[in-house]
Design a protein around this ligand. Sequence first.
Ligand SMILES: *Cc1c(COP(=O)(O)O)cnc(C)c1O
Length: 277
Amino acid sequence: MNLVDRAGTATYVETDEFAKKAIREAARWCNAVTVASSADKKFSYIPEVRAEDLPQNAAYLHITVNNTLFGTQYHRLPQLGVPLVGDLSSAMLGQLYDIEDFVLIYAGAQKNMGPAGVTVVVLRRDLLRDLPEEVPTMLDYKVQVAGRSMHNTPPCWGIYMTGLMLDWILREGGVEEMARRNNEKSGLLYEFLDNSTFYTPTARPQDRSNMNITFTLPDEALSDLFAKGAAARGLINLKGHRLVGGIRANVYNAMPIEGVRALLAYMKDFEMEHRMP
Ligand SMILES: *Cc1c(COP(=O)(O)O)cnc(C)c1O
């Protein structure tokens, strides 16, 4: 609403359930065009956007930078001369990106930054403009900026907690160090998965997420058993999203490497017990 007029065109890359939701919402407002999709292969890769598929008048190109449910991640951003908008909900502060590559990013705090209820928006100031009357005041970024994000009473506790997290990240070495740790944690898992004949990693190697590691077992019944047994060892939230199936290990900033080592030990034990003779 802030970036495109009612009659305007916005373009989207469809890479996950969250990207699909963003497209559905945009379509209520403007002409929302999906210019690339990885739906053909169960969202297991980041599709290339070809310049010739972009409409001339696109106000922006929206991408989901880390695809939480399917475990893919942009490692190279599209550079097509169209202003780039990014959903960084599960990538923010966990991987290094250049903010200058985007005109607007947004991220729900609940993955890597703080409690649910806070959403961070960073936008280029020159994009602020007077919006049509029909845009609700609360959704008008010009109003939010003028009110220094306090046009109404914001969720103070969530913002305070997020502030403490940001201090902690700085003390630990900043985003660079978070990215290094997440790459190390996910690297251990991918190395194990790549050498396994029992577990199968699902994301295309060059598009793999350093935050959400997705894999399958020989069948879904085994996946259920795997998740249940893991929970009994205190390894929780491993079941893939109901739309995806399989297993998803989340190694966000808050997950220590010991958690990954415990998961690897469990994966070895589970395989020993359930491998077909
Ligand atoms: C978690 C997440 C969201 C927001 O999820 P809600 O549960 O709706 O707050 C949006 N996009 C991505 C990529 C996410 O990972």
